[in-house]
Design a binder for this molecule. Structure first.
Ligand code: C2E
Ligand code: MG
Ligand code: MG
Length: 703
């Protein structure tokens, strides 16, 4: 389905339904008149029947009677004042009384004839069609010979037709007058002549009264039917517009809903005159709306939402839109100058909304996608821009989702990196299980050294993803995704298993085995009996528990403190070392230290970044080291890259250093060869040369 078709609501048109109903109405009227015309013909024939019989009787007398009888008949005619004539087979007038001139119309020649009957017939020629012959019977006395079907080749045919259809062939004029002259033709078989007599056709008023009444009733009925049809069209239109109003209505905000928003924005974006304008498609979210509902009531929350809409509505310019889609989402459509203008306007709206007095701290997030129709058209390679409002709004939503989860107001604009990020998340999620199955995750090892003796004291296991198509992927690219989607627990298991397996082997090979720390994510603390679970994993590989250290990140300490303390105690009870990773990055670290019976404190790399000469940093670091010491904890400084920091930390009594100064995280083979070689092998002195600044781009094979 095209984007345009998706939100196409059929429009109700008034013109066509009225037009076709009018045509039907006129057709009905035409049919009524045709029927009435036929009825009029019957009336005419009915009224002329007596005359026709009379003339036929006369013709019979003239034809078959004695000469005296026929003369008497003709005399009777002339003495009665009738115009008459007798014509022979060739159109010759044998006898007549009064005027017998004729006029005729030749369709083929498009000419009108007038004159003597015989002349007219001669001139028309035997081959011509004479469709209408008008016999002129004197002043105002005309009637038509209606013959639309028959081609008259010779007068004999006229004669035949007259004989076969006496009084019908020579019909009356189509003019609807109540009394008019006409000719009656009666063939005489004996003499092969035709007697034609002029008569006056009189149609009585009452004959037409019925017709007129019929016409009036029929027209009135047709008119009412027509009016009914028009009323039905109007009712249809109004029902449609009512339906449309309901279709577009949102009952919570008593305004418009998403469908209306989609249809209207689509219409605006499609218009040529708007091609170069800049529009902001905005997803405005009422932050923690559900929380407001819980703290108050649905009714109050909806009333507040209506107030919010009203406030925004007042801030909108002509042609700008607001609607309500899901519970807390209000799609806006603004016409703006540029990003700065959009930001300023939304900031103004949000500030006004935050100030609504409701006894609750209100916050609103706005995700914005800026659309310039002409540019979208080019980007989509379309001839006419067909906006996909779902996609545009989705972009705005993606922008608002990119804002932090903190319940605070904010504005974010969509940028294409968001799409790349989402695609990456999708790729990682789709491939995570296969990557575990195919052992694509590698364990890298970064040793920790005592800065005073340079002795190798411990190691941290760090994950890398060796993909077949994208090379070596560092953990920051996928660990946060696994933390979000929960797969991190599988990763932690994977790492613990591999590290325990290797430790067991190295021990067996007589290599120097120091405790190796594995990062355990906070998500793992949802696992019931986590300590026993880890015990099982490690024991299964035959690794002494004392050679495994569990690193917990500081953020994990916020979840469930009691559960955390219990788990740490049990881990320690089972013989594991437990450390707090990244100490110093969270704001409640000291509080955590107070209750957590930890073995090791790992100072975050942030302490040592670009601040070697900062006396305040030195004070904080030495105090943190002293604090750990007094709490009976060993200390590890992470991210140390230079000698002066190593010296400083050695002087302050830091137990271990894990940093590029000594070594970068390295593949297993390198670790085995250089850090824990089999006794008798050459070992590379760690302090001899600082490690190169850049990490190897590609890992070596693990085994
Ligand atoms: P982390 O656990 O704090 O690991 C220390 C990080 O600091 C490592 O980054 C290490 O390469 C880096 N580092 C150590 N010394 C230096 C230095 O001198 N300079 C600099 N610039 N960096 C140094 P890496 O390996 O990229 O790991 C990043 C984070 O990813 C880890 O931080 C950890 O939170 C997470 N991670 C890594 N492997 C795993 C894993 O197997 N499981 C879990 N849950 N998280 C892991
Ligand atoms: Mg760590
Ligand atoms: Mg760390």
């Amino acid at each position: 389905m095209s984007n345009k078709g998706k939100y196409k609501i059929p429009k109700s048109h008034a013109l066509w339904p009225i037009l076709w109903r009018t045509v039907v109405f006129l057709g009905i009227i035409a049919m009524i008149f045709a029927v009435l015309n036929i009825l009029a013909g019957y009336v005419r024939d009915f009224r002329s029947e007596a005359d026709t019989t009379y003339v036929r009787n006369l013709a019979d007398i003239i034809d078959h009677g004695t000469e005296a009888e026929s003369e008497e008949a003709l005399n009777a005619l002339s003495s009665d004042g009738h115009n008459y004539c007798i014509i022979d087979l060739y159109g010759e007038v044998v006898e007549h009384s009064g005027s017998i001139s004729v006029s005729g119309y030749n369709d083929k020649k498009g000419e009108f004839y007038s004159g003597d009957l015989k002349d007219i017939l001669d001139e028309a020629g035997v081959d011509d069609d004479i469709h209408k012959i008008v016999l002129d019977a004197g002043s105002n006395s005309t009637f038509l010979l209606d013959d639309y079907n028959t081609k008259i080749d010779a007068f004999s045919e006229v004669y035949d037709m007259a004989r076969n259809n006496p009084g019908v062939l020579f019909g009356s004029s189509s003019d609807a007058v109540f009394s008019f002259p006409y000719w009656i033709a009666a063939p005489m078989s004996e003499s092969s002549q035709i007697l034609m007599v002029k008569s006056i056709l009189t149609v009585k008023v009452k004959d037409y009264t019925y017709l007129a009444a019929g016409i009036i009733i029929a027209v009135i009925i047709a008119f009412f039917v027509f009016i009914l049809m028009i009323v039905s069209v109007i009712m249809n239109l109004s029902a449609n517009s009512k339906l449309r109003r309901w279709l577009y209505r949102d009952n919570i905000i008593k305004g418009h809903n998403w469908l209306w928003y989609a249809v209207t924005t689509q219409d605006i974006l499609c218009k040529r005159k708007n091609a170069h304008k800049t529009y902001a498609v905005v997803d405005l979210v009422f932050v923690r709306y559900r929380n407001f509902v819980l703290c108050h009531s649905v009714k109050e929350a909806e009333a507040l939402l209506r107030q919010v809409v009203l406030v925004i509505f007042k801030k909108l310019k002509k042609g700008e839109l607001i609607a309500h889609s899901t519970a807390a989402a209000l799609p806006l459509f603004l016409e703006v100058k540029d990003e700065d203008d959009a930001r300023a306007r939304l900031q103004d709206i949000i500030s006004t909304l935050e100030a609504i007095p409701c006894g609750h701290r209100l916050a609103f997030k706005a995700g914005v996608y800026l659309v310039i129709p002409a540019q979208e058209k080019v980007a989509l390679n379309q001839k006419h821009y067909i906006p996909d409002i779902d996609l545009l709004y989705n972009n705005a939503c993606a922008a608002s989702l990119s804002l932090s989860e903190v319940a605070d107001s904010g504005i974010a604009f969509f940028d294409s990196n968001l799409v790349d990020e989402e695609k990456w998340i999708d790729t990682v999620t789709n491939r995570q299980q296969a990557a575990v199955n195919n052992e694509e995750f590698l364990v890298y090892y970064q040793p920790k050294y005592d800065p005073r003796t340079n002795e190798h004291m411990g190691t941290e296991a760090l994950i890398r993803w060796q993909t077949p198509d994208m090379g070596l992927v560092p953990p920051y690219k996928f660990i946060p995704i696994f933390e979000d989607n929960g797969f991190i627990t599988h990763i932690d298991d994977y790492m613990l298993t591999h590290v325990a397996r290797n430790q067991a082997r190295w021990l067996h090979e007589g290599r120097k085995c120091v405790p190796i720390s594995c990062n355990v994510s906070r998500a793992h603390f949802g696992t019931e009996n986590l300590a026993e679970y880890i015990c099982n994993l490690v024991d299964r590989e035959g690794c002494p528990r004392s050679l495994i250290e569990i690193e917990l990140t500081e953020s994990a300490f916020f979840d469930d403190e009691n559960a955390m303390i219990t788990t740490i105690n049990r881990l320690k009870y089972y013989g594991f070392l437990v450390s707090m990773d990244d100490f110093g990055t969270g704001y409640s670290s000291l509080n955590s230290l107070k209750d957590m019976p930890l073995d090791i404190l790992k100072l975050d790399a942030g302490f040592f970044r670009g601040s070697e000469d900062n006396p305040r940093t030195r004070i904080v670091v030495s105090e943190a080291l002293a604090l750990a010491k007094s709490l009976n904890m060993k200390t590890v400084a992470e991210g140390v890259e230079d000698k002066s920091t190593v010296d400083f930390l050695a002087q302050e009594g830091c137990d271990m250093i894990q940093g590029f100064y000594y070594a970068k995280p390295m593949p297993q083979a390198e670790y085995e060869n250089t850090v824990i070689p089999v006794p008798g092998q050459q070992v590379q002195a760690p302090e001899a040369e600082p490690a190169p600044a850049a990490e190897p781009a590609q890992s070596e094979p693990e085994e």
